[in-house]
Design a protein around this ligand. Sequence first.
Ligand code: NAD
Ligand code: MG
Length: 324
Amino acid sequence: MKFGTLSDLSNLISELSPYKTVVLANTTVEKLWLDRLDGFEAERIVIPDGEEHKNIETVKGIWAKLQELGFTRKSLLIGLGGGVITDIAGFVASTYMRGTMLGLVPTTLLAQVDAAIGGKTGINFNGKNMVGTFYLPDFVLIAHETLSTLPRVELLNGMAEVVKYGILDRKVYSLLKKLGSVEDLDRELVKACVEVKLRVVEEDLREGGKRRILNLGHTTAHAIEKLSNYTIKHGFAVAVGLMVAAKLGEILYNFDPGKVEELLRKFELPTGLPFEPEKILGEMRLDKKAWYGRLTFVVPIEVGEVTIEEVEEDVVRRALEAVG
Ligand code: NAD
Ligand code: MG
C-alpha cells in the first residue's frame, strides 16, 4: 500500500522488474490520467466506460490482447481506474496463466477506500459480482490527485462508504466531524478509511466472520438498489442503509442516530427511504437466502463498536418506519 502520487508509479514498477507492463483503463480515465503518465514503458488496453462492461466478454478480450502482446506470468497488469477497472484487472491478473503480477491505481473515492482494498476481484454474471477470486495485488498506489477530476456525484457515492467507516471507527469519525463539506476531503481521511478496511480484512480475508462488519448499511442498500433496478447508485443506497442501521442501533442499544444523520446531511447524502418500508422489507425477505436464511444486520452500539445479528422482522419494520 502506497499513499503518494502518480509519479511514484515508475518506481513501483521497477521494484517488481516485470517482463512486460500493461495498463488497463477505460476511455474516460485514459484521457484524464493515462495520457499523462510517463517515466516507464507500458502497453495499454483501453475498454469502454461502464459497469455493463464488467463481464466475461470484456475479460476474454483482455486475455486475448495479453496473449497477443506476449504477456507472461512474470508480467505486470496495472488497473488504473474506478472499481470496475480494479475488479476486472484483479480478475484478469488472477486467472491469466494462473496468476500474473498485479498493481492497482484506484482513481475514484469508492475504489480508493473500498474496491481496490482487500483482495476481492470480480465480474458480473447473471448477477452482480457472481464470479470472482481473492487475489492480493503486488501494490496499490493511492494517488490523491486523481480525485480532482472526479464528478461530484462520484465523490458523494464514495463518501457514503467513508461515513460507514466513520461509524466503525472513532478516528475516522472524528476526522469526519472536523470536515466542513465533501470538498475538504483530504489524504488523511482516505488513509484512515483504508487502514480500517485493511485491519478488518487482515483478520478475515475470506469473510468468515469479522469482515462482515464492512457490510454495515448494506442489507438495506442491496434491497434499495435492486428495487430501483440499479438506477440508485450504490453509495446513495448505502447512505439510507446507514440510517436504517442507526435506527436499529437506537432501538436495540440506545445508539444516537443523530450522529449518522448529521454526517450524511453534511455530505449531501440521502437520509430518507426512496420506497415504502413494506416494499423494502419484502425485497429483504427475498434476499434472505443470500443472508443464510436470516435477516442479518450490522448494528451500531456506539461509534467504533458494532455487532452482527439476526434482527426480528418487526424491529426492522420499526427502524424502516422511523427513517421514513
Ligand atoms: P466506476 O469504476 O464505474 O467509476 C465511476 C465513474 O467514474 C466511471 O464513469 C469512471 O470512468 C469514472 N472515473 C474513474 N476515475 C475517474 C477520475 N479520476 N476522474 C473522473 N472520472 C473518473 O465505479 P466505482 O464507483 O469506482 O466502483 C464501483 C465498482 O466497484 C462496482 O463494480 C463494484 O462492484 C466494485 N466494488 C468492488 C469491491 C471489491 O471489494 N472488489 C468493493 C466495492 C465495490
Ligand atoms: Mg459497498
